[in-house]
Ligand binder design. Structure first.
Ligand SMILES: NC(=O)C1=CN([C@@H]2O[C@H](COP(=O)(O)OP(=O)(O)OC[C@H]3O[C@@H](n4cnc5c(N)ncnc54)[C@H](O)[C@@H]3O)[C@@H](O)[C@H]2O)C=CC1
Ligand SMILES: CC(C)=CCC[C@@H](C)[C@H]1CC[C@H]2C3=C(CC[C@]12C)[C@@]1(C)CCC(=O)C[C@@H]1CC3
Length: 369
């Protein structure tokens, strides 16, 4: 039995999880009265970070393109992070900024990724310095080192991907470099990058909804590869926990400053076992037979080229892009030893329980046939 597990809060009105304060009083220093801003705080991960911050006694501003939930304890600011005039009021008089905004990886829009993830992040850094913000916690991604080939227990020392597989990854690399380079003791500005991988949980608009759509279209009969490839899937509550720990450990001369940290469930699981557990939990058939990985990969690459050529006539969005095929057929799991050592990180919710909570959170997507 794992200790320090969240009290099952079987889903409040937002369908969220809460924690017992006594169980999860976070270590060391008091954060009461601390003010922070969550950029992208209306997104999937952002909302979980906001919930945890409120539980820990922070005063929270949320900055996002649209307000998607109500909470009297939160001050909402709506705008585009690339517009200084929008952002400035949201980060004035705060100590910590969490930046977890990004266009969705599926948007595949080069200009948008560059504008928001790269230029926008540089704008955030400048705006933070101007406003006297002391701590910036970036949500990066473990994918910044992934090039489509196996990564087993990868550490943060792996080099950045030289050939990122898509614009999302390319701009996450650029963004992370900017944030880590901005760390400056002289300027009293401390930065850190959290690299989660395969975030899942109730209210996600990506993983489970795409999987269910694919199952409904009858495209989950086969798995890609032999089904043995281990992958990290990280429960969203654990990812939010890692962000709060990082903020807590950002101060002058802390070894956390200017570094990247993998935050995972520390329990890699075969990709198709994970997908099958979600599918079966929602009453969809799971794949039983494997297709050769390379064959599907080259097919996906060919299809992508075809879609590019046809784009002026009609836009197609294939479910299986080369990136998704690679993610489904290769090993990609990471060590979170550095986060354990330097921030006292430990996943709060184990994978097994997280899958059950996730399935429960998607009851509305259950197959009724
Ligand atoms: N979902 C996953 O598996 C993983 C996600 N990440 C990172 O975690 C972060 C959060 O991801 P999710 O919560 O899954 O995405 P999400 O799409 O649910 O949330 C992103 C939020 O950013 C906001 N946003 C986008 N552009 C903006 C702009 N120009 N100005 C203001 N707000 C803007 C969106 O409105 C949205 O609310 C992202 O940085 C993503 O790269 C990293 C690793 C894995
Ligand atoms: C079989 C099938 C159709 C599965 C659907 C699930 C996929 C949509 C997800 C499986 C792995 C996920 C993943 C990401 C997005 C959703 C998946 C492809 C990311 C690319 C999201 C952004 C990141 O930073 C890395 C993630 C890796 C895993």
């Amino acid at each position: 039995m794992i200790q320090n597990r969240p009290m099952v809060n079987p889903f409040t009105s937002h369908g969220s999880l809460t924690f017992s304060h006594t169980t999860f009083k976070m270590a060391t220093r008091s954060r009461k009265g601390k003010k922070c801003t969550v950029i992208g705080g209306c997104g999937f991960l952002g909302q979980y970070i906001v919930e945890r911050l409120l539980e820990e006694g922070y005063k929270v501003n949320v900055f996002d393109m649209a307000q998607t939930f109500e909470d009297d304890r939160v001050k909402f600011f709506v705008g585009d992070l690339c517009q200084e005039k929008d952002l400035a009021p949201a980060i004035s008089d705060v100590q910590t900024v969490f930046h977890c905004a990004s266009p969705p990886p599926s948007s595949d829009d080069r200009d948008l990724f560059y504008r928001v993830n790269f230029i926008g992040t540089k704008d955030i850094i400048n705006a933070c310095k101007k406003a006297g913000v002391q701590k910036l916690v970036l949500t990066s991604s473990a994918s910044v080192v992934y090039e489509g080939t196996d990564i087993k227990n990868g550490t943060e020392d792996l080099p950045y991907a030289k050939k990122p597989m898509d614009y999302y990854t390319e701009t996450k690399v650029l963004q992370e470099k900017e944030v880590l380079a901005a760390n400056s003791s002289e300027e009293n500005f401390f930065t850190v990058a959290i690299r989660p991988h395969g975030i899942f949980g109730p209210r996600d608009r990506q993983l489970v909804p795409i999987l269910v759509d694919t199952a409904r279209a009858g495209k989950t009969k086969f798995m890609i590869g032999n089904g043995e490839n281990l992958v990290d899937f990280t429960y969203v509550v654990n990812v939010a926990h890692g962000h709060l720990l990082a903020a807590e450990h950002l101060y002058k001369d802390s070894p956390v400053c200017g570094k990247a940290f993998h935050i995972t469930n520390d329990e890699p699981i075969p990709f198709w076992t994970f997908m099958s557990r979600i599918l079966e939990g929602l009453n969809y058939p799971s794949p039983k037979m494997g297709l050769p990985y390379l064959l599907i990969y080259y097919l996906a690459a060919f299809l992508q080229l075809l879609c590019l050529l046809l784009k002026p006539i009609k836009e197609f969005k294939p479910t299986f892009t080369p990136m998704r095929v690679a993610l489904a057929g290769t090993y990609h799991y990471y060590s979170c030893q550095r986060a354990k050592q330097l921030m006292g990180y430990k996943p709060l919710v184990p994978v097994d329980e997280a899958i059950k909570l996730t399935v429960k959170g998607y009851a509305h997507l259950q197959n009724k046939n």
